[in-house]
Design a protein around this ligand. Structure first.
Ligand code: ADP
Ligand code: TRP
Length: 331
């Protein structure tokens, strides 16, 4: 069975964009592959989070992943910092990554622009750490969004460089499982771009939003002045809402509003009300599971302890081999 690895940076709340764009794919993959999913807490240190926030965000991310259907019986779910083999292999791979190629990474250049006061070495070597996350389990498949494809390319470069330098065929070439092509991109409720927590509270539906908040946010979603002639092209903001409806409402509901748009009888108030109710129905079970899991500290710890154990087992096999290959041997 192919090995899959993917990491998520810890955040305090996941939204439906994260769900449809990422987590849902993980849930589907866990039954088909040997999956390692982890919370990338070392990566998040590049922004110097407050210790209490870091801890709370890791916890919340794990809870929300579990609530969305990641099953610790089917996949290995762990915290990156519970696997000491990762920083050790990271040290080794830092010797194989060249300054020039790291400086050319789009994510690094973006950080240099956006946070000139905190261009730390960890940002520069972020792709090395990410490569190690993947190759430490000798993974073949990496489900990531488009913005991570360059990092995947760098991962292949580092893995091949290791093989070449030491004359081995040890690390396979991991391929991107680019689900952003296949899976839905969830638009922002303000009609512009994709849903993202950076765009502000009211444009994002969180997995733990309460029902009234969801209804209010949906009612405030951007529309337009309405269709004036039959079968007209939908404006971006209205199309966005139809796209969301396609994902969470029944086909009948979608068809009903689509037809009423096409024959110009649609009332956006009713449309958004329906979308709000369907969103409430969609979120409710997830929110309830978040609450349940959140109240069960013993379960969360058990999941992370067992996940950490399995991840360390896999990582230590790789690390023992690597130490042998590079010449860290007993006399
Ligand atoms: P945000 O933009 O809210 O900060 P992240 O960048 O943390 O979200 O994204 C985490 C994962 O969720 C990524 O795999 C990304 O591709 C996916 N994702 C985020 N927003 C959306 C969206 N609106 N539609 C589809 N996928 C998304
Ligand atoms: N860099 C990824 C992101 O920003 C998160 C990540 C860290 C990751 N390590 C990984 C993703 C390994 C896939 C595989 O979203």
């Amino acid at each position: 069975m192919d090995i899959v690895v993917s990491g998520v940076r810890p955040t305090n709340r996941q939204h439906i964009g994260n769900y449809f764009g990422a987590v849902k794919n993980f849930v589907e993959m866990q039954s088909q592959y040997n999956c390692y999913f982890f919370v990338a807490d070392y990566h998040s240190l590049t922004t110097h989070p407050h210790p209490a926030d870091l801890s709370a965000n890791v916890r919340q991310t794990v809870i929300e992943y579990l609530a969305c259907g990641l099953d610790p019986e089917k996949c290995v779910l762990y915290r990156q910092s519970d696997v000491p083999q990762i920083p050790e292999l990271y040290l080794v791979f830092n010797m194989l990554a060249y300054l020039g190629e790291l400086e050319r990474a789009a994510t690094f250049k973006e950080k240099v622009r956006s946070q000139p006061d905190n261009v730390n070495a960890g940002l520069l070597t972020y792709p090395v750490l990410m490569a190690v996350d993947i190759i430490v389990h000798r993974a073949l498949k990496v489900p990531v969004g488009k913005d991570q494809l360059q990092h995947l390319e760098m991962t292949r470069t580092f893995a091949n460089r290791f093989n070449h330098l030491y004359g081995v065929e040890y690390f396979p070439e991991p391929q991107a499982f680019s689900f952003s092509e296949k899976s839905a991109s969830i638009p922002s409720l303000d009609g512009e771009g994709k849903m993202s927590k950076s765009k502000g509270e009211s444009t994002v539906i969180y997995l733990d939003d309460d029902s009234d908040t969801i209804r209010k946010k949906m009612m405030r979603a951007k529309t337009d002045t309405g269709p004036t002639e039959p079968n007209s092209v939908k404006s971006q903001s209205v199309q966005n809402l139809f796209d969301i409806m396609q994902l969470i409402s029944s086909q009948d509901t979608y068809n009903f509003f689509n037809e009423s748009f096409n024959n110009c009888t649609i009332r956006y108030g009713d449309f958004k009300k329906q979308l709000g109710e369907d969103m409430v129905k969609f979120i409710e079970p997830i929110r309830e599971r978040i609450k349940e899991i959140s109240a069960n500290e013993a379960y969360i710890n058990k999941v992370l302890n067992e996940g950490g154990e399995k991840a360390r087992l896999s990582a230590s096999k790789t690390l023992n081999d690597v130490r042998e290959i590079i010449g860290f041997r007993k006399f």
